[in-house]
Design a protein around this ligand. Structure first.
Ligand code: NI
Length: 275
């Protein structure tokens, strides 16, 4: 496991932009538009299965070792997902959102495919520095991918992409401080407008902006890029990862809300749906 938070996030980012080139372009665009040299990452999201060897706790261990603490619990009944989020005592470090698919709620066929995938992971790899951005540890056929896709978009995404950041998230709040007045962008709506003008496609499931001031968190995201996946029998271009944008609001106690909103996250998951 990494001993250095910055190295872990750098490894995750470098891997992520390889299959999500639009995130890199948007990062540069927002830096140029806002005059902010450093975009703050609100959170990253990771996906896994609830199987003993690779479950949410196994991924979380990499962050607990770096001083992260477990905070919120979430349930997504329709998508068959359980999730938790983690925060670091140093508020400048990104929050981490980890979900796991409840494999036991899928069909026997899907369970067989997933069990076979996970059984081919070297147990030692799960604890190594780079596991969280190590990609797939298996080769599946395109047919198996399609079988999973018919039941769970999340399972199919995991089969194709494996262990890596599903998204990074631009903190919109960061733009409200320190920018000169002409460049002031302090609202998620402004960020969305910049992205659309530049030709990026936003996820409109549940509306372009999910949540808002009433739930202390407003979120939007791009639709995932497409990238080539080498299956056992063919190479196919499929949705990879997306970029998210989050604006946080103060709670009644005057502190900025740090959690997540299940109803919004439920729609954000759909950013990797095939278009
Ligand atoms: Ni997110």
């Amino acid at each position: 496991m990494h001993q250095d938070i910055n190295k872990l996030f750098q490894g995750l980012w470098d891997d992520y932009i390889k299959i999500t080139p639009s995130a890199s372009k948007i990062h540069q665009l927002l830096e140029a538009k806002t005059g902010m040299p450093d975009i703050i990452n609100d959170h990253i999201a990771l996906r896994t299965f609830n199987l003993e060897s690779v479950n949410l706790n196994k991924l979380a261990a990499h962050f607990l070792a770096l001083g992260y603490e477990q905070k919120g619990d979430y349930d997504f009944a329709t998508k068959k997902l359980t999730a938790q989020h983690f925060e670091h005592p140093d508020r400048k470090q990104p929050k981490v959102f980890i979900s796991e698919l409840r494999v036991d709620e899928l069909s026997e066929t899907a369970q067989e495919i997933i069990n076979k995938m996970v059984s081919s992971i070297d147990p030692q790899a799960i604890e190594s520095d780079n596991f969280l951005y190590s990609g797939t540890h298996w080769v599946v056929s395109h047919d198996d991918y399609k079988t999973l896709l018919a039941e769970s978009e999340y399972a199919a995404w995991m089969a194709a992409w494996g262990y890596r950041a599903n998204h990074f998230t631009v903190s919109v709040n960061n733009f409200a401080v320190g920018v000169n007045h002409l460049n002031r962008i302090d609202d998620l709506t402004d960020v969305n407008d910049i992205l659309k003008q530049a030709g990026f496609k936003l996820n409109t499931s549940g509306g372009e902006i999910k949540g808002g001031e009433d739930v202390c968190l407003a979120q939007s995201s791009t639709m995932a890029d497409s990238s080539e996946v080498v299956f056992a029998d063919s190479t196919v271009s499929i949705p990879s990862c997306f970029y998210e944008f989050a604006q946080r609001y103060k709670m009644v106690n005057g502190e900025y809300y740090q959690g997540f909103v299940a109803a919004s996250a439920d729609k954000i998951f759909e950013s990797t749906n095939a278009q």
